[in-house]
Ligand binder design. Structure first.
Ligand code: PHE
Length: 522
């Protein structure tokens, strides 16, 4: 209102520091006042009621010590004020002075008071020698507070700065002109055309707020993908691009048979222990699998076969039928490989050979089609382990798993394949280390060089499935299957720089963090 009225009177405001803000007695010279004015200017500018230009100035403002002087007088004035006038009282000793005005003021003020000719010595004590004084420091500070500067000039200002009584501040002031929508009325401009305005005709005289095409939209409150889902999508795309088909993995509950026995994991294996595997209490047991296949598997365990001597330990039907939460997605792979071998077992026609082989042709060198079709399969899903939970382990996590079945595959195929697979994830340097899995021989652990951590970290486990697993399923002898598995959590944590799994999964996950996490690309 003040700005509009001033403009109405004068057409231009040359210097906003000359305005007198209502309620204040002096012009708005301080930088705080100018900030208040700037707020009003911007609001009027958005309605095109005014235009303004900005000017920069260096201004001065009292420090906290300066403000103290404004209130109580300078150190020298305070020293002067507590002394008796020469000849009319007992002189004050330096120690007494300290108790009267404080150490700091006594120290700084004495010298200046002497220099100004305000005080003198009488014996060992101090007395006033000027009956009246002008506290120039306080007056200068008053002027600075009011105007932001000093008429006396830069030399005095520099001295006050050196004494740490004032600081320099960058300030602004403005010149103001009328804008195209100038009016002295500050009625809020219309932001919308309403039916009422049209019927009453008030739209003709109303002022309108200018449309701001630069304004940013309100962020949408849509859903967001969890980092694990984003990384899962990356893996899925790598597999699909390499011609893999996705395995169904919806059965979290498996039997001991499919999770372990079918894979030739011995029934006494420690992984089956209650400490490592969650068993179901209700129902406790599964329906029996195909009896012929079941017999072949149990015989291979107990007595061997297919060139193996087996484990030579008694077979337990009870162990095999126990229901459990799957400990690895290799249980699903076992189901799928068994299904892939259905045509080899003569259970389905050769042409109907499993739907996931992408219509692959027989690859046998002989004329005889034994029903085998090569296949590349993958899965990414949840598995459960009875682990001690810590910063990097939970009782459930996701496994990324792939299997490739073809005639005459070798270890070199597995290694070569791994290199391509990890390269697509952006991991160029991989190393392999011999390892042990009950169901693969040979087995290899995969290590990748982590450029940030500058060390080799284990990224997966792999191997060639054993004949003791494949041949009871019905695969011809020359069919080799290699497979590998890795966790989804570890690469996700590395990608997002997370070092505690609980930041990624569980009740401590920050929703905001999930919403703002970027998509990652391997
Ligand atoms: N099942 C293995 C694991 O849990 C991974 C793996 C899959 C290893 C296939 C070899 C072959 O780590």
């Amino acid at each position: 209102k003040l700005i509009l009225d001033e403009l109405d009177k004068k057409t231009v405001i040359d210097d906003t520091r000359s305005l007198i803000i209502p309620g204040q007695s002096t012009p708005a010279a301080s930088s705080e006042d100018q900030i208040t004015i700037l707020g009003a200017l911007n609001s009027l500018l958005s309605r095109e009621m005014i235009e303004y230009e900005t000017h920069e100035v260096i201004s001065h403002a009292p420090t906290s010590e300066g403000s103290q002087i404004l209130q109580d007088g300078s150190h020298e004035a305070r020293v002067w004020s507590v002394l008796p006038l020469k000849g009319s009282g007992t002189p004050v000793s330096p120690a007494q002075l300290k108790t009267k005005v404080g150490d700091e003021t006594a120290k700084v003020g004495q010298g200046r008071a002497f220099k100004n000719g305000w005080v003198g010595k009488e014996g060992d004590g101090l007395v006033k020698i000027a009956s009246e004084i002008r506290d120039a420091t306080q007056e200068d500070l008053k002027e600075i507070l009011k105007t932001g500067t000093l008429a006396a000039g830069e030399k005095v200002l520099a001295d006050l700065r050196k004494r740490k009584l004032v600081v320099q501040k960058k300030g602004q002031w403005f010149t103001v002109k009328k804008g195209v929508n100038f009016s002295t009325s500050t009625a809020k401009p219309e932001t919308d055309l309403t039916v009422d305005m049209l019927t009453s005709g008030s739209w003709k005289t109303a002022t309108y707020k200018k449309y701001n095409f630069e304004a940013e939209g309100i962020p949408t409150s849509g859903g967001a993908l969890h980092p694990l889902l984003k990384v899962r999508e990356e893996f899925r795309n790598i597999f699909l691009e390499m011609g893999f088909a996705e395995m169904p993995t919806s059965s979290f509950v498996e039997s001991g048979f499919w999770c372990f026995d079918a894979l030739f994991v011995p029934q006494q294996h420690p992984a089956r222990d209650m400490q490592d595997t969650f068993y179901l209490s209700d129902p406790k047991t599964s329906l029996p699998p195909n009896p012929e296949y079941y017999n072949r598997v149990s015989k291979t365990h107990e007595h061997g076969g297919y060139g193996s001597i087996g484990y030579r330990a008694p077979w337990s039907d009870e162990e095999s039928s126990k229901l459990l939460l799957r400990t690895h997605t290799t249980a699903s792979s076992a189901h799928m490989l068994y299904k892939l071998a259905a045509a080899c077992r003569g259970e389905i026609s050769k042409d109907d050979s499993a739907e996931f082989t992408h219509g692959a042709r027989p690859t046998s060198g002989s004329d005889q089609d034994d029903g085998f079709r090569p296949a590349k399969l993958f899965s990414i899903d949840r598995v459960f382990r009875n682990e001690t939970m810590d910063a990097t382990h939970l009782a459930e996590f996701h496994q990324v798993e792939g299997v490739v079945a073809d005639r005459g595959l070798t270890l070199a195929d597995l290694i070569g394949f791994m290199r391509v697979f990890f390269k697509k994830m952006g991991i160029e340097q991989v190393r392999f280390k011999p390892a042990y899995n009950p169901y693969t021989e040979p087995s290899l652990e995969i290590f990748a060089f982590h450029p940030q951590l500058k060390k080799w970290v284990e990224v997966g486990n792999s191997g060639m499935f054993r004949p003791e697993m494949l041949e009871p399923m019905g695969f011809p002898k020359d069919v080799r299957v290699h497979g590998w598995g890795l966790s989804l959590e570890r690469p996700t944590m590395i990608r997002y720089g997370i070092n505690n799994i609980r930041t990624l999964v569980g009740h401590k996950v920050s929703i905001e963090g999930i919403e703002n996490s970027p998509a990652v690309l391997f």
